[in-house]
Design a protein around this ligand. Structure first.
Ligand code: PMP
Length: 430
């Protein structure tokens, strides 16, 4: 008899994997009961126990077309049959995907591939520092750009550390923290003041729509000021489009907002779940990496430009360009937000529903439009966890972290919307 259950898998995981999952954020799923997944398809996840959930987690966002999109998976499988890894010279596939990215993103003149968003932001900052010869990185509170020491700072600072530089992890290099300046999002004046105060700014990095704290929307003029001020000072502006790129627009959020950064970090939706990421940008900045790995900017990685990830990216970008994916998931996102909003009113719940495009998140105990990280700090975490528990019990999966948004894919539709709102009605009314 097969005695493999979610509980037994998680028990074994706890003995051999720190925290029982690959990251602390993944392990948070166990707060609502042990789950171990074995299959996924379209909008659905299945556990080893055969329990099914509609997936609103979507792996923290990459699954934009739905799990197991046939064209993407077929392209990946065909590539495996042809040859998995060369790790020397180039491939036609690599060139084709780079050309596609250059065609799509306003900021992209040249492209380097890697395998994660963390690598992409690391490369971007190194390129910017090399160009300016300056060390200080300017970032915004509440923005996550990956786990490396240059940026894992003031993503979720406790209230008493707001406005300071707050390392998110033990073991980080103090010098990296010292060389970081953290500003509130949407504060254009603070950006101008920082440039007046510091003459050693080497890079400015920003999520155009910060989704690391559910969702902050840029005020009119904020990103424009960021663009103007960085240009005046000849400091590269990096947009971290790891979540927004290929989810909110096939051409990047930069295209929708009409603000073109100097460098862009891409990952997540680029490969519909396959590990592929990129840094792209201005030719003179990117060309610094064109040396022989003993001079200029070193960008390297055994698996960079991995054919399987690139095959998935090629197909994902083709589908996103040819089909009305973004329009449809954006319209559906609007209906989830409206539906939840209506239920909040109906049940007299104090709160708000934030989001953009195919991303949404109910926030309890806070009202008004959040402008910056501090505005999210007061939300009722316990109430969110209770909501997530009720939804999980009714077959809807998302992580019980109140700062982690829910996502939609092209495989979600009317049926999912209806069952989600019916479940939310029951949970919010109970
Ligand atoms: N930037 C943003 C905006 C992200 O959301 C993430 C991942 N959540 C990263 C960078 C890091 O990407 P990865 O996990 O692929 O390293």
């Amino acid at each position: 008899m097969d005695d493999t259950t979610s509980r037994s898998v998680v028990e074994r995981a706890r003995a051999v994997i720190p925290g029982g999952a690959q990251t602390g954020l993944r392990a948070q799923a166990y707060d609502l009961g042990e789950v171990a997944f074995s299959e996924s398809s379209g909008p659905t996840l299945e556990t080893v126990d055969g329990e099914e959930f509609t997936d609103y987690h979507l792996a923290f966002g990459p699954i934009v077309l739905g799990h197991g999109h046939p064209a993407v998976d077929d392209a990946a499988k065909a590539t495996i049959d042809d040859g998995v890894l060369y790790g020397a010279a180039t491939t036609a596939l690599e060139v084709e995907v780079a050309e596609r990215v250059v065609d799509l993103l306003p900021s992209a003149e040249m492209v380097n591939f890697c395998n994660s968003g963390t690598e992409a932001t690391y490369h971007a900052i190194r390129l910017a520092r090399a160009y300016t010869g300056n060390d200080r990185v300017l970032k915004f509170e509440g923005c996550y750009h990956g786990w490396h020491d240059y940026v894992d700072i003031s993503v979720y600072p406790p209230r008493e550390r707001v406005g300071e530089t707050h390392p998110e992890s033990d073991g980080m290099l103090p010098e990296a923290v010292d060389h970081t300046e953290v500003l509130p999002f949407n504060d254009a004046e603070a950006v101008v003041e920082a440039f007046a105060e510091f003459d050693d700014i080497g890079a400015v990095i920003c999520e155009p729509i910060p989704h690391s704290v559910d969702c902050l929307v840029p005020d009119e003029g904020f990103l424009e000021t960021l663009r103007e001020t960085t240009a005046e000072n000849d400091v590269p502006l990096i947009f971290d489009e790891v979540i927004t790129g290929f989810r909110h627009s096939a051409r990047g959020m930069q295209h929708e907002l009409g603000v073109t950064p100097d460098l862009t970090a891409l990952a997540k939706a680029m490969g519909n779940g396959y590990p592929v990421a990129a840094v792209c940008g201005r030719e003179d900045l990117m060309a610094q990496a064109g040396g022989d790995n003993t001079s200029g900017v070193v960008i390297s990685g055994t698996y960079s430009g991995h054919p399987v990830g690139l095959a998935a990216a090629s197909e994902t970008l083709r589908v996103l360009s040819a089909e009305p994916v973004i329009e449809e998931i954006t319209a559906l996102g609007e209906r989830y937000r409206e539906g939840l909003d209506g239920l909040f009113s109906e049940h007299g719940i104090e709160g708000r529903v934030v989001g953009y495009g195919s991303v949404f998140s109910p926030q309890f105990g806070v009202t008004g439009e959040p402008q910056r990280y501090e505005d999210v700090l007061g939300l009722d975490e316990e109430r969110f966890v209770a909501f997530a528990r009720g939804m999980r019990e009714r077959g809807h999966f998302f992580t019980p972290n109140p700062y982690k948004r829910q996502h939609l894919s092209w495989a979600h539709g009317e049926a999912e919307l209806e069952t989600y709102l019916a479940a939310a009605d029951a949970v919010l009314g109970s």
